[in-house]
Design a binder for this molecule. Structure first.
Ligand SMILES: [Zn+2]
Length: 348
């Protein structure tokens, strides 16, 4: 008789309809059962049980860089800033090493895939694809003018295009790139209203698959994003570093879909415990809810990348499970102590 691979997990299970108290049975690479109530056998792990969260926004190659104290947003990441000089001067080997270390850390922190805004044109995308085959890559063209053949080359390797910001380039350039990317059936995304408010009508006219930040957006801008159903990737720790105060409760109030991202690797490690902790404290201080917290951490990122079958834990889906421990079983307890987040990928 063939032995089956069975594992029980107990605690709070994050389902597409919200959290339930109970347990999960994973069997032969699939979720066999999710039930409320007491776990019938000793679980392999306890805590908040969820699908591996997607990290919605990273720049993974700069994790080898040291950031000087008190540096401003533009001097660090703006065009010609310190980060871009680092990336253009670092060798391929150094960048590959940075990226691999980042990806390993990300996995060991319980994260599923990460969506990277990869600088350096087609070469930059190839570097990441070779180092981390399952990363979601948003490539960035390097030519000053719209170059259709460059976009084609990038999209052969990447999952989409991620641009720096609407005010960093002529509008006609962003329009051509966005149109080209969507014609190819790939994702188009752009940073929006990070340190300064930008024109949301121009941004939404590009029909982005998602936008990143909206830390300096006003309520009307957020309402327009909700009306167009464009998800917003938010980066709480990175925004805090630059002294920004993003309107998370307003995002909840107007119905924005939000996804957590850890942003620049040189500033923030791929650690969603840290990111989620920061998010929860800001969200709660603004009057946001726990329901929104869960949607942002687990559900909406997966919704962006996967079909119905891949969102939130449910019977029949692949048994790839992240367990987020909690000191006392509560959401606040997730951010006490240093117990590791664990990922159990039973599909391999
Ligand atoms: Zn970014």
């Amino acid at each position: 008789m063939q032995l089956t691979d069975m594992k029980y997990f107990s605690g709070t299970v994050i389902t597409p309809d919200g959290p339930i108290e109970g347990y999960v049975l994973a069997e032969d690479g699939l979720i066999a059962e999710i039930s409320e109530g007491v776990c019938p056998e000793t679980p392999v792990s306890k805590g908040f049980i969820m699908s591996p969260p997607v990290n919605g926004h990273t720049h993974c190659a700069d994790c080898g860089m040291t950031v000087p104290n008190n540096i401003g947003l533009n001097d660090l990441v703006g065009p010609g800033g310190l980060k871009h000089r680092y990336l253009s001067e670092a060798s391929k080997e150094t960048l590959t090493k940075n990226i691999k270390e980042y990806s390993e850390k990300s996995y060991s922190n319980g994260i599923g895939t990460f969506i990277d805004f990869r600088e350096g044109g087609v070469e930059g995308c190839k570097l990441l694809r070779n180092a981390v085959p399952d990363a979601v890559i948003m490539g960035r063209p390097v030519s000053d003018e719209y170059d259709p053949s460059e976009i084609d080359e990038i999209l052969e390797v990447a999952d989409g295009i991620g641009l720096s910001g609407i005010n960093d380039m002529p509008l006609s350039y962003s329009e051509s790139v966005a149109e080209h990317t969507k014609r190819k059936g790939k994702m188009f995304a752009i940073h929006a209203s990070e340190g300064k408010r930008e024109d949301i009508d121009d941004i939404l006219a590009l029909s982005p698959s998602f936008i990143v930040h909206m830390a300096s957006a006003e309520k009307m801008d957020l309402i327009k994003c909700a009306d167009e159903d464009v998800p917003i990737v938010i980066c709480p720790r990175s925004n805090a570093f630059f002294g920004l105060n993003p309107p998370y409760a307003t995002m909840e109030e107007v119905g924005n879909r939000t996804i957590l991202g850890t942003d620049n690797a040189m500033l923030c490690s791929p650690d969603l415990r840290e990111e989620a902790g920061r998010y929860l404290s800001v969200l709660a201080s603004q009057g946001g809810t726990r329901k929104k917290f869960w949607e942002t951490l687990v559900i909406d990122g997966r919704k962006l990348l996967y079909d119905e079958k891949g969102i939130g834990l449910r019977p029949g889906m692949k048994a790839d499970i992240t367990v987020f421990p909690s000191k006392d079983g509560t959401v606040d307890g997730m951010f006490m102590g240093n117990e590791r987040i664990l990922r159990f990928n039973m599909t391999k």
